[in-house]
Design a protein. Structure first.
Length: 567
């Protein structure tokens, strides 16, 4: 790491010096892990009372099958292929198959409303859209027919829609959450998965291999959509190397040992989950245990029977696990690497001293861009979010003037490096990066003399009370460990004397009895006095509005808190 003395400009070591980094495209990454681990188990899926297990060789074979079908369907260099699925085996064969065919995978959220789905399909320009037949109560075929009734008069591959001018193929997969008989719309335009795969049977392996060989690290690899709280989602286009680097990098940053069996109940249509869960599993010769969506009883069962040792989830999900009837008797002794782990450590069979490394990252940088590894001594971390990861450069600027800030002074965090997005969909470079190529994150923080980053949250979310700055993140991290708390979010409520009041909004676990005074007493022992919330509001789960990816809608929560306090 190199640091500019006195100024907040820090360079990570060269990417070429990072240990453990392999091939830098999605197809080459797949080839490399398949060559290493071949017959080992790579993916596990429990569904409809049975279990399906894919080896690394099987994952390659299934991905080749998808690639051939996509080529036969007209997918070419940089064609966009939509994936509207829960966490299932075909999500990954579609992701890798799209890259093998030379296309760009577009991950779409299954939380999308009909209006959001119309925007995403149109904005992304997908020519092929593969979707789950039904996800819980959602029938995406019915939603697409509602958006564009003319689809039902089209034949497979012959879609001609002014609303979706690039769309040609709609592929419907058998549901893994509901039987297909529950689906409302069964138009001919919705191609069965088996028929789609059959289309590619005459494409030679050599054609796929030749296309994969032509994919370069700087080529587009995938498109994700942010889940905005106040505006339409932003399309974030990532290069091939962004996927590959993070897949290779996560095992080192997490300090995992041996073959890892990973799990998450959160969607692969979010970059953090597809990069972390795939990376820690496949880069180590382990396996990803797939669950279509978070359902606590099944999650607990999967952790136990599949001997999962890596969990990625949030405190409110662990709180729901504690409410399961089988919580106390489950054997979770295999667990070792658990993110946000305090509640999980309360289980009698969980015994681990592993800690999630504090890092800084964004969707625009395909997750982490600063960190130390998980086994770094606490005194070296010193409460920071680490230093720039290899290939990255970090600077702290004055948000108004853009001038570099001196070391130790707060400002806006800016980053550039090999996993930085290619850009926002529909935006020019000047709208995505500053004149030096940095992405301005909108997050606040500072850099110390050692080049360590201290992240303090969104600049718009910092609470300014009585002349002091308070980060909600620090308070919420403590509240998430308080017994009986399912969800916690601290906000600033306008106040005539202090500017803003620090107010924590807490949702209890089922049957938990929480008292404002005892929660404040708990926080007084751990926080500086000005950071202790003036009020703690106990809310019902349905009162806390969230986005599709589980982020709390802060504007709505602030308004609710202000209303409660005024009442």
């Amino acid at each position: 790491m190199q640091a500019t003395p006195s100024l907040s400009l820090v360079h990570g070591i060269a990417l070429s010096e990072e240990p453990g980094i392999g091939a830098l495209t999605i197809p080459a990454y797949l080839r490399e892990v398949v060559q290493r681990y071949g017959a080992r188990e790579a993916l596990v899926m429990h569904q409809h009372g049975g279990v399906e297990r894919w080896s690394y060789d099987t994952l390659m074979a299934k991905s080749m099958e998808v690639a051939k079908a996509l080529i036969a369907s007209g997918v070419g260099k940089d064609s966009r292929v939509g994936i509207l699925m829960t966490n299932r085996l075909e999500f990954l064969s579609m992701l890798f198959g799209t890259a093998l065919a030379g296309g760009v995978a577009v991950a779409l959220s299954t939380f999308s409303t009909t209006a959001e789905l119309e925007y995403l399909v149109r904005a992304s320009g997908v020519s092929v859209l593969a979707f789950d037949g039904r996800v819980l109560k959602k029938d995406f075929g019915a939603a697409l027919a509602e958006i564009e009734p003319a689809l039902l008069q089209a034949r497979p591959g012959e879609i001609r829609s002014a609303k979706f001018p690039f769309l040609r193929h709609l592929l419907r997969l058998p549901s893994v959450t509901n039987p297909l008989s529950d689906e409302v719309i069964a138009g001919e335009v919705f191609e069965p998965w088996a028929a789609f795969l059959a289309r590619g049977r005459d494409i030679p392996d050599a054609v796929v291999e030749a296309r994969a060989d032509l994919v370069k690290p700087s080529d587009a690899g995938g498109l994700f959509f942010s889940s905005g709280t106040t505006s339409l989602p932003k399309g974030i286009l990532h290069a091939q190397r962004a996927f590959a680097i993070q897949w290779w990098r996560w095992p080192r940053v997490m300090s995992v040992k041996g073959a890892v069996r990973s799990w998450t109940g959160n969607g692969f249509f979010w970059s953090g989950n597809i990069s972390m869960i795939v990376g820690v599993a496949l880069s180590t010769g382990g396996a990803a245990v797939l669950q279509p969506y978070f359902e606590p009883d099944q999650a607990l069962h999967l952790m136990e029977v599949e001997k999962v040792n890596f969990l990625s989830g949030r405190p409110h999900q662990w709180a729901r696990l504690q409410e399961c009837p089988g919580w106390a008797t489950a054997d979770l002794s295999s667990l070792h690497y658990v993110t946000n782990s305090e509640l999980m450590k309360e289980h009698p069979t969980v015994n681990t001293d592993w800690r999630l490394p504090m890092s800084f990252g964004t969707s625009e940088t395909m997750t982490i861009n600063t960190s130390y590894s998980a086994d770094t001594p606490a005194e070296q971390y010193a409460g920071s979010a680490g230093v720039p990861l290899p290939g990255n450069t970090l600077k702290i600027i004055d948000p108004d003037s853009g001038a570099l800030r001196p070391r130790g002074e707060r400002g806006e965090i800016c980053i550039k490096g090999p996993t930085l997005m290619l850009g926002y969909l529909g935006k020019g470079a000047e709208d995505c990066f500053d004149e030096e190529g940095y992405y301005r994150t909108g997050d606040g923080g500072y850099v110390d003399a050692e080049g360590r980053l201290y992240w303090e949250g969104r600049l718009t979310e910092i609470i300014r009370t009585g002349g002091a700055n308070v980060s909600p993140l620090e308070i919420d991290a403590l509240l998430s460990s308080y017994p009986g708390v399912r969800r916690a979010q601290t906000v600033g409520v306008p106040d005539r004397l202090l500017g803003e009041l620090v107010v924590s909004c807490v949702v209890p676990q089922d049957d938990a009895r929480l008292e404002e005074s005892t929660i404040r007493d708990f926080l007084k022992d751990k926080l500086a006095s000005f950071k202790v919330p003036r009020r703690v509001l106990i809310l019902r789960d349905e009162e806390v509005q969230v986005t599709g990816n589980g982020k709390v809608k802060l504007a709505e929560l602030r308004a609710l808190a202000a209303q409660r306090l005024a009442g």
